[in-house]
Design a protein around this ligand. Structure first.
Ligand SMILES: Nc1ncnc2c1ncn2[C@@H]1O[C@H](COP(=O)(O)OP(=O)(O)OP(=O)(O)O)[C@@H](O)[C@H]1O
Length: 254
């Protein structure tokens, strides 16, 4: 079956200017993100992973290049158009969980749906289903500070899913969690992906990268290589881990 590209990036460039110095963080990247894929972006610290994710997801302006979303150019959107595009089509999970401290877990999850103009009854229903799916129903009336890191990250995933995004972007979503909570989050993301959710995740962790169907390796602001896996190939985690490890090590030595 031919995969459909949701996002196409052409000649992406990002240059940061600090005083008189310029730093070319992303250099002429061309790539596609495919519908239904669990895409992972890997690379060394400072290679440009987060910058690329932010450019693909409309959170950061391009210095040059084009981004099309289902064939429509979005890089020229005004701030207002971009905000509405992001709210209706994209979901975000960050390393720092960023829940609103004064709102309960339930209110945090529902917030983007209300901002998008959701009807209260429908929002309550969607929020309820997501809390059940993320197994945080019991935490609904607690403030984030009264819950564990893993529960907070599950609430953040529920919040990212509340508007049924076409693509879920995740920047090191397990970075602030212990091993057990991190694996639980990856299991949730994998399960969602199996149900059809497209995911783009930045990670430096090979265990997390094992969840990828498609691994985009970034080196010095360029695509250093792409590795593809069959989602339904029951290759053991250790096997996949050693394939990725060998690939990444090989790319760094080239
Ligand atoms: N606002 C900024 N101003 C100047 N330079 C920046 C800025 N943001 C990022 N950079 C630089 O751009 C490069 C890419 O940064 P980026 O955060 O995308 O890397 P990364 O691969 O995600 O790194 P890490 O794995 O350490 O999070 C780095 O060298 C970084 O120092």
């Amino acid at each position: 079956m031919t995969k459909q590209a949701i996002i196409e990036a052409r000649n992406l460039c990002k240059t940061y200017s600090t005083g008189s110095e310029q730093y070319h963080a992303i250099r002429n990247i061309d790539l596609e993100i495919y519908e239904g894929d669990f895409t992972v972006i890997m690379g060394n610290s400072g290679s440009g992973k987060s910058t690329l994710l932010y450019m693909l997801s409309g959170l950061d302006a391009l210095t040059a290049g084009e981004v099309t979303y289902r064939g429509e150019r979005v890089d020229g959107y005004s701030e207002r158009e971009m905000a509405s595009f992001r709210a209706s089509k994209l979901g975000y999970i960050y390393q720092s969980i960023n829940l609103v401290p004064d709102l309960t877990i339930m209110e945090n999850i529902a917030l983007p749906a209300y901002i998008a103009g959701g009807e209260p009854k429908a929002v309550r229903h969607k929020t309820q289903l997501l809390m059940e799916a993320m197994e945080i129903e019991g935490q609904r009336n607690r403030l984030p500070s009264q819950t564990s890191g893993g529960q907070q990250q599950r609430a953040a995933i529920a919040r990212a899913l509340v508007n049924s995004p076409d693509i879920l972007f995740a920047d090191e979503p397990t970075g602030s969690l212990n091993y057990e909570h991190g694996m639980a989050i990856l299991d949730i993301l994998t399960a969602r992906n199996r149900q059809g959710q497209s995911i783009v995740m930045v990670t430096h962790d090979i265990k997390a990268a094992c969840r990828a169907d498609r691994l985009i390796y970034i080196r010095d602001g360029k695509v250093g290589g792409i590795l593809e896996f069959d989602k339904y190939d029951e290759q053991s985690v250790q096997q996949r881990e050693s394939v990725i490890f060998a690939y990444v090590t090989g790319r760094e030595q080239q």
